[in-house]
Design a protein around this ligand. Structure first.
Ligand code: SIN
Length: 491
């Protein structure tokens, strides 16, 4: 492998099962590409069902001891892991940038962001508590305990290779669960590095296991976990079709599920908004990670009276974004993750233009001489609901602007989607703020704010964007079940 790190041991190329770094049973390997060039720079195991089951064997064997360990001891180990993540911030950021294409500055931010969940859940571990309920019948005591669900399978996406897996593993470990994890095939190296740091922190054998797999073998690994009754919960971030598959197939063993799925976020600018703040908010939320986030605005609605002024200010900012290889300090937009991603962005823009949208800035592939995966940050005006980009996540640096006349119309259009992850709006009218916040059918709403995710807040969606929450105290509940004890003969 060709990355120059201060701590070279962070670059792992094997699965981690029962405290051993191992090849996949069949010794198959999966290439990892740098999205800037499309060139392979590392290999990891391409695991199969046997590897997946061995990971569950280890996690199931480790569960009794880990779940009974005092919460404070679990918390101390997780805090040690947190400290090691911070101590290796620069190396981890370089791994993220190289395998995912996220600009270095943002990658450093992702390390802090992911670490904040680890710290939060280390602290929450010590606050797990149940209830003692007032007895209805004399001579009885009614007690409610919160217990870890058991073995958790964590399946994570490529767009936040560190933060997404951290915010699943940390609450699972804090609750007393053990984990089998599979990172996205495009970005396995950050996850392996994170697991190595957990090993260095002293997380015991079998408590945290990870296997990597290619796109072709991912269903084999996941199906093994779906069929295994020892896996009591699946936590997944990714597409809605895969989320529905997991929900269907886990029904046979009735696993608990947390699904953080696709979005189609509206971003609404009312005519009473602070336009500069709205442009800042849109730049932060739309162009973060090159627009490759589930919560980034997919549809920008701007009210008539401020439409032209807003578009002018937005286009100036978007046109000035520096596009380049993610590992270049100056880059603000890196390459998209792969060729399929760039093809989808290009298809959405072509479809919009064919249906009457106008490109204000961008609207084309870029820098083919450096690599195949760049797309120019783009602003379109004249977007309409018939366009593909109105119904489907573009997952790229494209801001399509829809013009609207009144509040009722924009709420109807904003909610006219099966998805309900995030929504944003800008207004300075306090009555409107409450009306609109309540009317939007999403799990999260940014009000005069474009950056809404935080470890202390419940992240998650409604409708076909899934269920379950990550972060906050609710994020821990998702890894526990409630047990009721009724003790009699006390009178
Ligand atoms: C996501 O895109 O799924 C996560 C984004 C975030 O945590 O802000």
């Amino acid at each position: 492998m060709s990355l120059s790190l201060s701590q070279p041991a962070l670059l792992r190329s094997q699965n981690f099962i029962n405290q051993q770094w191992r090849e996949a049973g069949q010794h198959r390997r999966l290439p990892v590409a740098n999205p800037a060039t499309g060139g392979t720079f590392a290999h990891v195991p391409d695991s199969d069902a046997d590897d997946a089951s061995q990971a569950v064997d280890a996690a199931a064997a480790a569960f009794p001891a880990w779940s009974r360990r005092p919460a404070r001891e679990r918390a101390q180990l997780i805090k040690r892991w947190h400290a090691l993540i911070l101590a290796n911030q620069e190396d981890l950021a370089l791994i993220i940038s190289t395998e995912q294409g996220k600009p270095l500055k943002e990658a450093r931010g992702e390390v802090l962001y992911g670490a904040s969940y680890v710290e939060w859940f280390a602290e929450e571990a010590t606050r797990i508590c149940g209830d003692i309920v007032a007895e209805a019948v004399p001579g009885r005591k009614l007690l409610v305990l919160e217990e870890p669900v058991g073995v958790v399978a964590a399946i994570t996406p490529w767009n936040f290779p560190l933060a997404m897996i951290a915010r699943k593993i940390a609450p699972a470990l804090a609750a007393g669960c053990t984990v089998v994890a599979k990172p996205a095939e495009d970005t396995p190296l950050t996850a392996l590095a994170l697991v190595w740091l957990a090993e260095q922190a002293g997380i015991p054998a079998g408590v945290l296991n990870i296997v990597t797999a290619s796109r072709a073998n991912t269903p084999v690994v996941v199906d093994a976990w779906l069929a295994d009754s020892r896996v009591r919960k699946i936590t997944f971030t990714g597409s809605t079709p895969v989320g529905k598959h997991l929900a269907r197939e886990s029904a046979a063993t009735l696993k608990k599920l947390s699904l953080e799925l696709g979005g189609n976020a509206p971003f609404i600018v009312f005519d009473d908004a602070d336009l500069d703040a709205a442009v800042d908010g849109l730049m932060a939320s739309k162009f973060r990670n090159g627009g490759q986030t589930c919560v980034c605005p997919n549809r920008v609605y701007v009210q008539d009276a401020v439409h032209d002024a807003f578009v002018e200010r937005l286009a100036q900012r978007v046109g000035a974004l520096h596009v380049g290889p993610a590992t270049e300090e100056a880059a603000q937009i890196g390459p998209m993750i792969n060729a399929r991603a760039v093809d989808k962005i290009a298809r959405h823009v072509e479809d919009a233009v064919a249906r009457g949208a106008r490109v204000v800035t961008g609207g084309k592939r870029l820098r083919a001489e450096d690599g195949p995966h760049y797309y120019a940050p783009t602003v379109l005006v004249g977007a309409t609901p018939e366009m593909e980009l109105s119904c489907e996540e573009t997952f790229g640096p494209v801001a399509p602007v829809f013009r609207f006349h009144d509040e009722q119309e924009v709420i109807r259009d904003a909610n006219d989607t099966p998805f309900g992850l995030a929504a944003y709006f800008y207004s300075n009218d306090v009555r409107r703020i409450w009306r609109v916040a309540q009317a939007l059918e999403t799990g999260m709403v940014g009000i005069n704010e474009g950056a809404i995710a935080a470890e202390a807040a419940p992240f998650g969606g409604v409708k076909e964007s899934g269920y379950g929450r990550e972060g906050s105290r609710h994020g821990l509940d998702d890894y526990m079940h409630t047990k009721y004890l009724c003790q009699g003969q006390l009178g």
